[in-house]
Design a protein around this ligand. Sequence first.
Ligand SMILES: Cc1cc2nc3c(=O)[nH]c(=O)nc-3n(C[C@H](O)[C@H](O)[C@H](O)COP(=O)(O)OP(=O)(O)OC[C@H]3O[C@@H](n4cnc5c(N)ncnc54)[C@H](O)[C@@H]3O)c2cc1C
Length: 384
Amino acid sequence: MRTQVAIIGAGPAGLLLSHLLAQGGVASVVLETRSEEYVAARIRAGILEHSSVELLEKAGLGDRIRTEGDHHRGIYLQWPGERHHLDFVNLAGRSVWVYGQTEVQKDLIAARRAGGQEIHYEVSDVAVHDDHVTFTDASGQSHRLDADAIAGCDGSFGPSRNAVAAAEKYEKIYPYSWLGILADVAPSTDELIYAWHPDGFALHSMRSATVSRLYLQVPNGTDPQSWSDDRIWEALATRLGHGQNGWKLTPGPITDKSVLPMRSYVQTPMRQGNLFLAGDAAHIVPPTGAKGLNLAIADVALLSKALIDKIKNRDPRKADSYSDDAQRRVWRCTHFSWWMTTMLHTSGDPFDAQLQLSQLKWVANSEAGATGLAENYAGLPIGY
Ligand SMILES: Cc1cc2nc3c(=O)[nH]c(=O)nc-3n(C[C@H](O)[C@H](O)[C@H](O)COP(=O)(O)OP(=O)(O)OC[C@H]3O[C@@H](n4cnc5c(N)ncnc54)[C@H](O)[C@@H]3O)c2cc1C
């Protein structure tokens, strides 16, 4: 088999890359270990930055975001007794959209299907070589796929990141995880609530007008089944301030319960020869800053242009600077995600708790502090 770009992974990074390449006249083949149904149903991120929405709209993928997504001007930051609204539009001139990763994935699958994209689902034994990829298809047949470039969009467990032999790796493991639930109940808030509490962090997020997504800080290694539904709602009510200034948290049937460990990871460079990494294959952020999906989109925005120039126009300059260009934003988002995480999660140390509260009060009450958070959360322009 032969194509111009072999893309490993049909997550948001891989499918968006194949879409943008096709729009630029470059052919690709996508390889994915999971089934299409599994990939489309994975529950993960839910916030799209301003630039991500602009890019998806420009690529013809914005219709459902406008009709089914929820436009948010900002977030609430809270600690016991106080809740503050940060208005990103007033502070930074940018906003975010609540639109689940599952929906982004469905839009991408529909667009790629309409475009006749070649995607091989349920492949195995994927191995990256200098100028080709080998794999076994769903029927058990072995293949060799030759390509001008290989895009490693296979997340944190795929083979691409380890194929970059001389990579420098930076990693931080956090001493806590998130217990996340999906609940069939209308959100009790119009915008996300990020809550610091002595019992641990809590986040009230949402997926739609009828589905809420909420998280609790829990110790690493927590078994989600060890938390009954009642216990979860009680902890959420306490940490999110049920009764504070008349605010009420409305519980509802929990349809999904999972524990998400938190880590930061950056690998550099994001290129070796013909292999280019994008998205979670090159970096992982804790979800507190809502950056994982947006970083994947930003990487692919740069990589698609770089590969179109390299393959179609025989101009390698953007491909040569891709890793450095992408890493500027990667490290900015890595810092922001670490900062949000360490400001909001309790460690049990009373000194740390006082510093966190001081930081939160400064962010909420100073225009400079609030603007810094707003600019990073709503997201810097692609190419920053
Ligand atoms: C469990 C979980 C929960 C998350 N929750 C949040 C959240 O609440 N908020 C937030 O902002 N972010 C969250 N994230 C992060 C966000 O979802 C990711 O940053 C985003 O999915 C990155 O997209 P990607 O395409 O780079 O990687 P992925 O979405 O991981 O896609 C990689 C694809 O490669 C495939 N693959 C793996 N190995 C191979 C192989 N050998 N061959 C071929 N294909 C392969 C995988 O099956 C997958 O489809 C979460 C991530 C995870 C894993």
